[in-house]
Design a protein around this ligand. Structure first.
Ligand SMILES: Cc1cc2nc3c(=O)[nH]c(=O)nc-3n(C[C@H](O)[C@H](O)[C@H](O)COP(=O)(O)OP(=O)(O)OC[C@H]3O[C@@H](n4cnc5c(N)ncnc54)[C@H](O)[C@@H]3O)c2cc1C
Length: 476
């Protein structure tokens, strides 16, 4: 522990990272009665969704059954009430997108997230980069941050690693696995960007008339009429194969994948591209991360020029936003008491210490090729929703620490399913309650009373399907 560094604060629970898992963890922890501090490097919350323009929210559903509930569902409802979300739209067909998607407005999300954490009584510490972990023996005591006030220690009885990249865990001495087992490569990074002034009717007409030019396309449907001020037409399309291949052959298009993936947004005339692909670099290595930002922007601008020239409807469009950072899909997996496997996910395994439930297909953008699902990427739908046991949140051999979000203990393949927001929100809910329960009862997170955790989660309206668990064969 660095005793020279001034102490900023001491809380029951310190959450490092304000992405979907961190912000829900902080709200859940504070609502469970723990004095909670949430630390974030940017001046807003939301993680990849707001910092890297990633969206929409993946399903909260398996088929038509809603699995993710509780605080994450409350967030969607708050966004809808503020005019900042479509709510859950049904995706037809679900291949390549998931069964539902909820579109949101980034700026409304930033505001609603602030409101919800503040209403819960969470202390926010923004513009604070976590550069170190305060460790005593094998126990994490908090984090070290750098911000405008200098270098400070933010201490807590329990720390939650919600950095997505396992920054706190790695510096706290936890064992980590980078990317996939065979070669340590993770899913590629993507620089999202949006184009405005698109003739979306013309674009949709082209997509409808040329199915042979697409790997897949889906349209999205609301059960109830959407508010009039919102865009009324939602779709996603992956393809434009012919024009992309020709432009690449002529050296006119510089892109890390062989197709273009684009979709509608909440704003009429605005389209978002999830199409650049930067592979084989690590978001946890500053030189790699720098290269990825430069390459991501180069691909984005090349694709925008291509769209204007070759994609019907983009003739008068312009780039109106890019992410503040390139989106990082995968990095460190912290090794915990249980490592979630592809089998756990695909077989829909149940665990008695369930704290969240997953359901999204194993969705892996190839770490090495530019191909879609027919060309090296993976899409495997689980046979049923699966459980995420508390043991996946507890690092092996290190106390005082709870993991959450995409850096929990999971194999590359299982991470391919749980990484989406509909699930990391739920994991955040579970982690926040585990951390608060440990801090308030004075036990290590690994020894926390799981029944107490599950009871609090149910009281906070999380969906654990415990009745079903009593009937189903549970793994342990
Ligand atoms: C390109 C791309 C496309 C995706 N598409 C979709 C999609 O369509 N739908 C969907 O639902 N999901 C999608 N995802 C997945 C989803 O966005 C992420 O997996 C999810 O955001 C992970 O949540 P998290 O809270 O674990 O981490 P993150 O969202 O990564 O949040 C981590 C937070 O911690 C902060 N942080 C990190 N390190 C530090 C530090 N050292 N100090 C201080 N703060 C720090 C970050 O600023 C951030 O706010 C996509 C992801 C990417 C990258």
């Amino acid at each position: 522990m660095n005793i020279d560094m001034p102490i900023h604060s001491q809380s029951d629970v310190v959450v490092a990272g304000g992405g979907p898992s961190g912000l829900v963890a902080a709200i859940a922890s504070a609502r469970a009665g723990a004095k909670t501090t949430l630390v974030e490097q940017y001046g807003f919350l939301g993680g990849m969704a707001t910092a890297a323009s990633v969206g929409p929210f993946s399903p909260f559903h398996y088929d038509d059954q809603q699995i993710t509930m509780g605080i994450p569902q409350e967030l969607v409802e708050r966004l809808m009430a503020a005019g900042g979300s479509t709510g859950h739209l049904k995706c037809v067909p679900e291949y390549g997108s998931g069964s539902y998607m909820a579109y949101f407005d980034r700026e409304v999300y930033k505001q609603v997230a602030f409101e919800m954490v503040q209403e819960a009584g969470v202390r926010l510490l923004l513009h604070s980069f976590v550069g170190g972990t305060v460790v005593e023996g094998n126990r994490v005591r908090g984090i070290q941050v750098a911000n405008k006030s200098g270098f400070l220690q933010v201490l807590g009885k329990v720390t939650v690693d919600a950095t997505g990249d396992g920054d706190v865990s790695a510096r706290g001495g936890c064992q980590v696995q980078w990317g996939r087992q065979s070669d340590n490569l993770g899913q590629p990074m993507t620089m999202f960007f949006e184009m405005a002034n698109v003739d979306t009717e013309k674009l949709r007409a082209y997509i409808a008339a040329h199915p042979e030019d697409f790997e897949w396309t889906s349209t999205l449907h609301s059960r109830t009429p959407l508010p009039k001020h919102l865009n009324q037409h939602y779709f996603v399309a992956q393809g434009f194969r012919k024009a992309a291949a020709e432009a690449m052959a002529k050296g006119e298009l510089h892109l890390g994948r062989d197709t273009v993936l684009l979709q509608s947004t909440m704003r009429e005339g605005m389209i978002v591209f999830n199409s650049t692909r930067v592979g084989k670099l690590k978001g946890t290595d500053v030189d790699d991360f720098t290269k990825a930002e430069i390459e991501g922007r180069k691909q984005a601008m090349s694709l925008a020029a291509f769209a204007k020239k070759y994609i019907p409807g983009f003739e008068h469009a312009y780039v109106c936003s890019t992410g503040a950072q390139i989106g990082v899909r995968e990095s460190r997996h912290v090794i915990g008491e249980h490592v979630l496997t592809q089998d756990d996910v695909v077989e829909g395994r149940r665990f008695r210490d369930v704290v969240a439930r997953g359901f999204f297909p194993v969705d892996i953008h190839s770490p090495t090729s530019g191909g879609g699902y027919a060309g090296g990427s993976t899409w495997i739908k689980p046979k049923a929703p699966y459980d995420i046991p508390m043991r996946c949140l507890i690092p092996k051999g290190v106390d005082g620490l709870v993991m959450t979000g995409r850096n929990i203990s999971a194999a590359h393949e299982a991470h391919g399913s749980l990484r989406v927001q509909g699930t990391v929100f739920a994991i955040g809910h579970g982690s926040g309650v585990v951390a608060a329960t440990a801090a308030l009862t004075g036990v290590e997170p690994r020894h926390v009373d799981i029944h107490k955790v599950q009871k609090t989660l149910l009281a906070q309206r999380a969906n654990l399907e415990l009745e079903g668990l009593a009937l189903a064969p549970a793994a342990d």
